[in-house]
Ligand binder design. Structure first.
Ligand code: SF4
Length: 438
């Protein structure tokens, strides 16, 4: 098999992995080496299906001894197999880099023989790139669950970012669909990487030239819609991973049915892309807006509302906190108003030192009044003439994606009827009409 044939198979097999963003590394290359991993030296673009293509995103091998039911590379699937030698892959990467096709490498692999052997092959590839070709560009390497910690350590010294995919949000999902994996086998390397990153940070504070371990941190990916797990389970797990392992990112990847299995959505089912989008929005609220997972979703509302973004959904369910007075509200509360982002909240704090703010001033500060007007007063007054009913407010706040979903639904839905199911095997409950200006 030629290298080009291998590349065709192995780059296609890698496209289902979403955890490949390349931002966040500040490691500079040694003098005389090729490439540079500084944030400004890496740019990324996304293909039509949303996958990152600025890196050479490829598997070392799509042969795998495991049998994860949701995966195109599982051992029982009849599909063409290919495996690069480390020399082939290193040469290919550097050739593409020199031609300016790519800025870095995203390397993953099926489990060849066993996790240790696979990890050794990946290390060999990265050693060739770093040492023989003096490649200083960005490398994201998948840590292989079950590999010896000494191998994970070596891989982390060669890569910029590492990731261990958690894949399914629950132990039950793993048991049913990925019987060779377990929560422990996934969380152990994640814990090891997190500990080493922390240790390395301390060492660097004392010894400036300490070799760096995974300087761009670690990330993970969860598949959405392959199992009946609720958004509440997914977001709570993501929150736990951020807190416990200091992850840079959790990626959510809408499941694309690639296989027939009674436990999975049938081929032809649309990937739940809107749900994926809502989860990214909720994730953003956890990381930058001070929300807790249990505020966004609870047992009464286990799934995100497809019609409105998660911040609007939270605000409409908690009208007891609103309207807030924009000239007095603390920063944390301003951040919770739909239509006010981190930047506009900071601008409000600065601007109100100079005098009272009105709605015209808020607009100039970048507040999206179309959304914020239902939740704010300026000097005790709402926008003059604003007549609000729950239906009209929800209609104003509903996003085009959610409305399109409603239009596509076979049933005629009202804004406050049950929302259509977003994915295989689960109904999405919708909150009752909010009492907006009680
Ligand atoms: S271990 Fe990875 S490559 Fe192998 S079947 Fe499971 S998900 Fe696919």
């Amino acid at each position: 098999m030629t290298v080009l044939e291998k590349l065709t198979i192995l780059s296609d097999a890698a496209k289902y992995d979403a955890a490949c963003t390349s931002s966040g590394s500040s490691r500079t290359a040694a003098p005389g080496s090729l490439g540079n991993a500084t944030a400004c030296g890496i740019c990324h673009s996304f293909s039509a299906d949303g996958r990152c293509i600025s890196l050479l995103k490829v598997l070392l091998s799509n042969s795998c001894v495991y049998n994860c039911q949701y995966c195109v590379n599982r051992v029982t699937r009849d599909t063409p197999r290919a495996t690069f030698t480390p020399e082939e892959l290193a040469e290919l990467t550097i050739g593409f880099y020199r031609r300016n096709y790519i800025e870095g490498l995203f390397l993953s692999s099926g489990i060849l023989r066993n996790p240790d052997y696979t990890c050794e092959q990946m290390i060999r590839t990265l050693e060739l790139l770093r040492n023989r070709y003096r490649f200083g560009g960005y490398i994201h390497a998948k840590a292989i669950p079950g590999a010896d910690p000494r191998l994970i350590e070596r891989l982390g010294m060669l890569a910029d970012r590492m990731s261990v995919n958690i894949e399914l949000p629950s132990q039950e999902g793993l048991r049913l669909l990925a019987p060779d994996k377990s929560k422990v086998s996934i969380l152990r390397p994640m814990g090891y990487i997190s500990g080493r990153i922390e240790e390395n940070r301390h060492d660097l504070a004392v010894y400036r030239h300490t070799p760096r371990f995974a300087p761009a941190g670690q990330s993970t990916q969860m598949i959405i819609g392959a199992t009946p797990d609720s958004d509440k389970q997914i977001i709570s797990l993501a929150e736990g991973l951020y807190k416990k392992y200091g992850l840079k990112r959790v990626f959510y990847s809408a499941y694309m049915p690639v296989t027939e299995n009674a436990l999975l959505p049938p081929p032809g089912t649309k990937p739940p892309l809107l749900r994926e989008h809502r989860l990214y929005q909720a994730d953003w609220l956890l990381r930058f807006y001070g929300f807790q997972a249990n505020e966004l979703l609870d047992d009464a509302h286990p799934d995100l509302n497809p019609l409105v973004d998660p911040k609007c959904g939270w605000a409409l369910r908690h009208m007891e906190f609103f309207p807030i007075e924009v000239n007095r509200a603390p920063y944390e509360m301003l951040l919770r108003v739909p239509g006010i982002g981190v930047r506009s909240a900071k601008r409000i704090l600065i601007a109100r030192r100079a005098g009272k703010l009105d709605f015209a001033a808020l607009k100039k500060l970048g507040v999206v009044l179309k959304r914020a007007q239902y939740f704010l007063t300026c000097s005790g007054k709402m926008i003059p003439g604003l007549r609000v009913t729950p239906e009209s407010a929800m209609r104003a706040l509903a996003e085009p994606e959610g409305l399109a979903l409603m239009r596509d639904s076979s049933e005629q839905l009202s804004f406050f009827s049950a929302a259509p199911a977003l994915s295989h095997g689960k109904e999405n409950s919708h909150e009752p009409p909010p009492s907006l200006l009680a």
